[in-house]
Design a protein around this ligand. Structure first.
Ligand code: UT7
Length: 331
């Protein structure tokens, strides 16, 4: 009997309508389009302006887009994994609400949080449930309303992040397609470099923490950049070596969209030419858990059955890794 692998069989995505351009940011903080473009590659990002709507709204739109495109009956979904760093509520998993809202009422759901690597780790989790034979249809959603945790007076973070969501469906495959290999890592010494200090069990929210702006994202950009460049590039090169892939064998690099310079460094290290690197950072900025599925959503028509994809991410924690996946369908 051929081995069961876990393949992506459908993709969906959603970004909100409001476009926050570099030019608008110039009116909000002391920055300029040239600095942002050369340092990050970002031109604009999408923001969910409606204060009444949280991450679940983005996730529901992306999942609904997948359901509409694929024609899948939501009642057949066994499990919904919600990758997010910005849950609607600290307690009451966002995925549970999303699953119910999209009609996946036979599924169980939970949230998975590993900052910018949430979706990559979620791919590993989804695939493990499929490979084991335990479940047949696992919906993995990556969604973040980053604008809800960003201080729009802090020029070092507000220029980077945006809101968005993407969703993929994992199903069993017996043709040898889907997830082939993974290398996932984490290092807790990085937690001081990229964090939200308050609102957790260590420092519960109070009037003082709010006054001190400790409910917003803090990032030591320089240090994170250094670790991101070396770790994301190294692990992507390592997974190629372990799977005996040359740069010619790699059809697409699907990298977390944090900074164009990190993406370029990873591609260089792998020897992968620019036309094989999926990018939309200029349009969306860093959408945290949504960057990888939004790339699949935007470039779905370019991906062909049998193509070799290398996914790579780096995020707070620190968390990082790489996944080798064979694409399973022509759209
Ligand atoms: O996805 C999760 C993982 N996160 C990342 O991968 C992000 C990694 N880090 C980065 O992408 C970069 O470090 C940043 C884009 C955040 C910053 O770029 P940088 O080249 O590392 O800049 P820097 O922090 O070293 O700052 C250089 C200068 C500083 O001025 P001085 O001290 O040299 O006078 C900053 O104050 O640029 C200044 N600066 C800005 N200037 C204009 C910082 N932010 C801005 C800004 N506009 N928005």
């Amino acid at each position: 009997m051929s081995k069961t692998t876990a393949a992506i069989t459908a993709v969906g995505g959603y970004v909100p309508d409001y476009v926050l351009t570099n030019q608008i940011l110039e009116t909000m903080v002391d920055t300029n389009d040239e600095w942002i473009t050369t340092r990050t590659g970002i031109k604009e990002r999408r923001i969910l302006k409606d204060a009444e709507k949280g991450t679940s709204y983005l996730a529901i739109q992306a999942a609904q887009n997948l359901i509409d495109k694929s024609g899948i009956d939501p009642l057949e979904i066994d499990m919904v994994i919600m990758a997010t760093a910005t849950p609607d509520l600290p307690v009451a998993a966002t995925g549970v609400y999303v699953a119910t809202e999209i009609g996946a009422t036979n599924a169980f759901s939970y949230d998975l949080q590993a900052a910018c690597s949430s979706f990559l780790y979620g791919m590993s989790t989804a695939a493990a449930f499929i490979e084991s034979g335990r479940y047949k249809k696992v919906l993995l959603i990556g969604a973040d309303k980053m604008s809800s945790i960003i201080d729009y007076t802090d020029r070092t973070t507000c220029i980077i992040f945006g809101d968005g969501a993407g969703a993929v469906l994992f199903e069993p495959n017996t043709e040898g397609l889907g997830l082939q290999d993974e290398m996932l890592r984490s290092d807790g010494s990085g937690r001081q470099c990229l964090k939200i200090e308050a609102g957790g069990s260590l420092l519960p929210a109070s009037a003082e923490t709010v006054a001190n702006k400790q409910h917003y994202v803090y990032q030591d950009g320089k240090t994170v950049f250094k670790f991101a460049v070396s770790n994301m590039a190294d692990i992507s090169a390592d997974i190629m070596v372990r799977n005996k892939l040359t740069n010619e064998d790699v059809d697409w690099l699907v990298p977390h969209q944090a900074n164009m310079r990190i993406i370029d460094a990873t591609a260089r290290r792998m020897g992968v030419t620019d036309e094989k690197v999926l990018k939309n950072i200029h349009r969306y900025g860093n959408t945290t858990s949504a960057t990888l599925p939004l790339l699949l959503h935007d470039f779905e028509n370019n991906l062909k059955k049998g193509d070799n994809l290398i996914f790579a991410s780096f995020g707070g924690g620190f968390t990082w890794g790489s996944i080798f996946l064979k694409w399973a369908y022509n759209s």
